[in-house]
Design a protein. Sequence first.
Length: 156
Amino acid sequence: MQKHLRDLLKDPPHLLKNFHYEDILAFLELGEETRFVEGDTIISEDEYVSSAYLVASGKVSIWKENIQLATLETNSFLGETFLFSKNNRMARVTCEEDCILLKYERYMALNYFRKRPEKLFNIFTKNIIEIQQNKISSMNLQLFTLKKRILDDKKW
């Protein structure tokens, strides 16, 4: 087993929180390993959502109109709502340093859950909601900080 998979098994991503070891391993093995080098574009902004990525090693950045919104490291999921969303991507993702990503196609992930107890999909959905709540909290904090800076700036 490759080192990045062993590391992910030791410290599973939040998306797989409360999964049994065997289910975590099966889900990780479902992902198609993709390697990127620093500067590569991983996801284009207007790309159709049909997959998600798990950062198995390395670091990636999320960009909107040349503004860096976030940096994600190992154990982070990109596009975690891929099972539910049929929209286009909202941002561009680039590789900050050489990285290994596991790519999950919608149909493969749905087949994975069809072969397992419904409870596992419910846990997965709950984890997605928690991740989304954390992202919203982070964005609210960023918005608050920016608004406070603008209001405190006498030039505005």
